[in-house]
Design a protein around this ligand. Sequence first.
Ligand code: ADP
Length: 446
Amino acid sequence: MISLGIDFGTSGARAVAIDAAGKTLAEAKHVFTGSKLATAPAQWETGLFCLLEQLPLELRQKIEAIAIDGTSSTVLLCDATGNPIVTPLLYNDDRGIAVMDELRAIAPPHHVAIGATSSLAKLLWWQKARENSEFGIRNSELINHAPPTTHYGLLNDQFLSPSQEAIYFLHQADWLSFLLHGQLGVSDYHNALKLGYDVERLCYPDWLLKLPALPNLPQILAPGTPVGEVTAEVRSRWGLPQGCVVRAGTTDSIAAFLASGANSPGEAVTSLGSTLVLKLLSRTRVEDARSGVYSHRLGDLWLAGGASNTGGAVLRHFFTDAELETLSGEIDPNYESPLDYYPLLKAGDRFPINDPHLPPRLEPRPENPVEFLHGLLESMARIEARGYQLLQQLGATPLRCVYTAGGGAKNAIWSQIRARHLGVPVAQSAQAEAAYGTALLAQMSC
Ligand code: ADP
């Protein structure tokens, strides 16, 4: 059986095809060109089909299952035929700050959906904009980005204003999956967490359904659930076999967790990318919005996590990647640097310390760059260990080992420093690509 995972991340899209044993058979990559274009559904559509095209035809003919992950809280509205009627709002778009009062008024205190970038904040922002008649984009905006094969067929420059009942609210992964299986209004409970979906009771909460003039909210399935077969058109265009099924997807960061190889309670993944992101597989659900801690459902388990603003972006501010490599090599990881920093580029962190005004602490700065880097890596390791302690204090399953993903994962010296603070084995993730995790999701049918 061949399964295909497709990952839509922040800078591009990737596909990984695996066999039943989890062996990678083929990979494909598509880089978005230009930040504005990366927001356009037409770009996503081109990216999706470009990935399929890159895979050898003999392999495509054997793909039995496909799943797609997208960036969390990247959302759009579309009409009943799937045409986007707004420019999508990206994962990090914080215009929802304008509706925070409304959000707090409807959602229970400290709910995970209360946040300027949450899917729910974006939905409320659209509703408010529509009330204020700022809603809609000109047809010409869509036409500008539309590739020749797209189904946008709009020719004049009027505002689009379908009736509310015909509007569908979708996440990026939902819309891309729709392009394959043709069913509008289906999502998964990873993408839907920050929309307010109740992942414990598996339903939308009453406080959400009570909102006036809601668009069609997606039906929510467990990630990996079969949604439907690829359409006849997609099948014949890309040479996919009869019976090739599209399964409900996930978010890009959960896909990276799935790719790591972590699969039992107590196993965790730290992402050392621009920021420091912790995810710990737990038997219990832990939530503490005040310190930025929340849990995703993963089958019968929970994925407890938090994200700190410290991380690789601070390292990159002071050092090139080449310097990071050579200078790290001169650090003795068995010796604990006495430098006690809180490395941030600007004030404020949410996890493990929740203080929007927390000042960066980067003094004293030794003249020797090796000592300075040692202090930074040591201090980030302390913050990571404090983060896992917090998750465990809140009730998560005790930490047993940590896999590492992201740009900092290759730094073996840092891994040794981190292992000293964490007190558990630290290993690199089995697979670096989120698309690999999504391929596993397509395969495992959970
Ligand atoms: P993201 O996808 O979040 O932008 P990546 O996973 O691509 O980030 O990782 C990039 C980060 O990795 C950079 O911020 C860089 O500082 C850091 N990095 C690169 N090489 C090393 C290294 N040898 N040691 C520690 N960090 C590194």
